[in-house]
Design a protein around this ligand. Structure first.
Ligand code: KIV
Ligand code: ZN
Length: 504
C-alpha cells in the first residue's frame, strides 16, 4: 500500500440502493458495476447477500464478471450472513467480506441488548470466521462516531489481531463534524497499537450535509479508504458523494497530498447512468455533476472565463467528462457527423443502435432547430436502454382543454400488428395510460412521475421519468419527446417492455 494512495470503495449498489425507492434489478446493477470498474474504483460493495435471493444473485453476477475491482459483500457478525457473503463473492478474481457490528452505547443497550464484552467477542469471532474463508476481510464498528473511544480502540485492536485488513469507521447517522471526525481518526492512529497493520476506512452519512467534509477531514488525518456512492445516494440523506470526494482530492492535491485510481473523465457518464437507473434526478446545482456546475451566468464571470479560464473555474469540465454544451448538430447534419459527435461525447453504440438513434435524431432535428449534446445523450439512451421493443408507439392523438374531459387515441404496434384504442381520463397522461393498459393488457400502478427539460428553450426535449408497479414489480423507465404526452406514453411503454422482457 502506497502511503499517499486513497482507495475508493464504492457502495452505490449496497448503501446507495438502500435509498428509499432506489432499488435496481440484477442487470441494472451489473451495468453499474461495469461502469464502476471502468471508472477505476478499487472496491465495489455489490450488496448484502443474506438480505434476499435477488441481492445474493446480483452480488454473484458482479463477482463473476468484474475483474479489475475487488468485489465485496456485506454481512452482519453472524455465521449465516458471512456464509452468504462468501458464497456470493468466492468466484470473484478479488473478493472481500465486509463484517459489521454496532459498538455505540445506544445500539448496545436498545438494539442489540448486549454488554461490551459480548460485542467484543462477537466481532472477533465473526472476523475469525470470515478470515477462515477469505483473505480480505473488512470490519465496521457501526455507529463508531458515537461509540466510547476506549471501547472503539479495543474493538479495532482485536479485530485487526483476528485478521481484519481494513477497519472502517462509520459515521452511521451523520452526526459528526469535520474537526471531531478528523480528530477521531487521528486518535485511532495514536491509540490502537497495531493500527499500521490495517487500512483505516471512513464511511460518512449526510444527515447534516457534512459527509464529504467529514470524509476529507479523515483523509487529512490518515484515513486511506473512503466509502462513497455515485451522486451521494444512500440511506436517508445519502452517503458521501464519490465525485465530490475524488475531485476534491484531485483539485486540492496540494493540500491533501494523496491520489486515487479514478479516471475522472468517466464521472459524468456514471452519474447519468445511476440517475437514470434509480430515477433520482441530479439537481442542477449539484457539485461536479449538476447541469449548472460549469455554467457561468454573470457577465463579469463570463468575461473573466473568456479572458482566462482559471479566473472562475477551478476544474475543467472535460476532466469530469462534461462536454461543452453547444449547438452541435442540426437538420442538415448527416449520419457521419452524427456518429463522430457521439464518439466525441464518449457514447458507444452498435451499428443497429446507431441507425435507430440517427432516425430519432433526424425526427428531432425536424421538430427543433437546435440539437444540443444533452438531447443526443437522451435520444441515444432511449434507443439503447430497452433490448426488446415488444410494444412501440405508432401514434398518439390527444384532445384536452381547461373545460373538457381529456380524450386520447393511442396506436401501438406489437409483433407487426397495429392496435388502436381511445380513452378518457383525469388528464391526458391518465387517459393515455388507460388506453395503453387496455391495449397491452398490462395493469400498471403509477407510483412516481417527474418531468425535466433535457436542454434549453421552449422547444426543448422533455424527459419523463416514471416509477410504476407492474405484476408486483417496481420499475423505473424514461421517455423523451418534444411533446410531453408522447414522452409520458414512451416512458410507460418502456416500463411495460422492461417487465415483459424480464419475465421472458
Ligand atoms: O452506515 C453504516 O454504518 C453502514 C455500515 C454497514 C458500514 O452502512
Ligand atoms: Zn452506511
Amino acid at each position: 500500500m502506497k502511503p499517499d494512495h486513497v482507495y475508493i470503495f464504492d457502495t452505490t449498489l449496497r448503501d446507495g440502493e438502500q435509498a428509499p425507492g432506489a432499488s435496481m434489478n440484477e442487470s441494472e446493477k451489473l451495468e453499474i458495476a461495469y461502469c464502476l470498474e471502468r471508472l477505476g474504483v478499487d472496491i465495489i460493495e455489490a450488496g448484502f447477500p443474506v438480505s434476499s435471493t435477488g441481492d445474493f444473485n446480483s452480488v454473484l453476477q458482479v463477482a463473476k464478471k468484474i475483474k479489475r475491482s475487488i468485489v465485496c459483500g456485506l454481512a452482519r457478525s453472524k455465521k449465516e450472513d458471512i456464509d452468504a457473503a462468501y458464497n456470493a463473492v468466492k468466484v470473484a478474481e478479488q473478493g472481500r467480506i465486509h463484517v459489521f457490528l454496532a459498538t455505540s452505547k445506544i445500539h448496545l443497550e436498545h438494539k442489540l441488548k448486549k454488554s461490551k464484552d459480548e460485542i467484543l467477542e462477537m466481532a472477533v469471532e465473526a472476523v475469525k470466521y470470515a478470515k477462515k474463508k477469505i483473505a480480505d476481510v473488512e470490519f465496521s464498528p457501526e455507529d463508531a462516531s458515537r461509540s466510547e473511544k476506549d471501547f472503539l480502540y479495543r474493538i479495532i485492536e482485536n479485530v485487526i489481531k483476528a485478521g481484519a485488513k481494513t477497519v472502517n469507521i462509520p459515521d452511521t447517522v451523520g452526526y459528526s463534524t469535520p474537526q471531531e471526525y478528523g480528530q477521531l481518526i487521528a486518535d485511532i492512529k495514536n491509540n490502537v497499537p497495531n493500527i499500521n497493520k490495517a487500512v483505516i476506512s471512513v464511511h460518512c452519512h449526510d444527515d447534516l450535509g457534512l459527509a464529504v467534509g467529514n470524509s476529507l477531514s479523515a483523509v487529512k488525518n490518515g484515513a486511506r479508504q473512503v466509502e462513497c456512492t455515485v451522486n451521494g445516494i444512500g440511506e436517508r440523506a445519502g452517503n458521501a458523494s464519490m465525485e465530490e470526494i475524488v475531485m476534491a482530492l484531485k483539485t486540492r492535491q496540494d493540500f491533501y497530498g494523496v491520489s486515487t485510481n479514478i479516471k475522472t473523465k468517466e464521472i459524468h457518464k456514471i452519474s447519468r447512468l445511476v440517475s437514470r437507473l434509480t430515477g433520482f434526478v441530479v439537481p442542477p446545482n449539484k457539485a461536479i455533476v449538476g447541469a449548472n456546475a460549469f455554467r457561468h451566468e454573470s457577465g463579469i464571470h463570463q468575461d473573466g472565463v473568456l479572458k482566462e479560464r482559471s479566473t472562475y473555474e477551478i476544474m475543467r469540465p472535460e476532466d469530469v467528462g462534461f462536454m461543452e454544451t453547444g449547438l452541435v448538430l442540426g437538420k442538415h447534419s448527416g449520419r457521419h457527423a452524427f456518429k463522430v459527435r457521439l464518439k466525441a461525447l464518449g457514447i458507444d453504440v452498435s451499428e443497429e443502435q446507431l441507425a435507430q438513434a440517427f432516425g430519432r435524431f433526424k425526427n428531432l432535428a425536424d421538430q427543433k432547430k437546435h440539437v444540443y449534446d444533452e438531447d443526443l445523450f437522451a435520444i441515444v439512451e432511449d434507443e439503447i436502454k430497452v433490448d426488446k421493443q415488444i410494444w412501440t408507439l405508432v401514434d398518439l392523438v390527444t384532445t384536452s382543454g381547461a373545460k373538457i374531459l381529456p380524450q386520447v387515441e393511442v396506436t401501438l404496434r406489437s409483433k407487426g400488428k397495429v392496435h388502436k384504442m381511445s380513452s378518457s381520463g383525469d388528464g391526458p397522461v391518465d387517459a393515455c395510460y388507460k388506453a395503453i393498459d387496455g391495449l397491452t393488457k398490462v395493469k400498471g400502478e403509477l407510483l412516481d412521475y417527474s418531468i425535466q427539460s433535457v436542454s434549453r428553450g421552449k422547444d426543448a426535449l422533455g424527459e419523463v421519468t416514471i416509477k410504476v408497479k407492474i405484476n408486483g414489480k417496481n420499475v423505473i423507465a424514461h421517455g423523451t419527446s418534444t411533446d410531453i404526452i408522447v414522452a409520458s406514453a414512451n416512458a410507460y411503454i418502456n416500463a411495460i417492455n422492461k417487465v415483459i422482457a424480464q419475465e421472458g
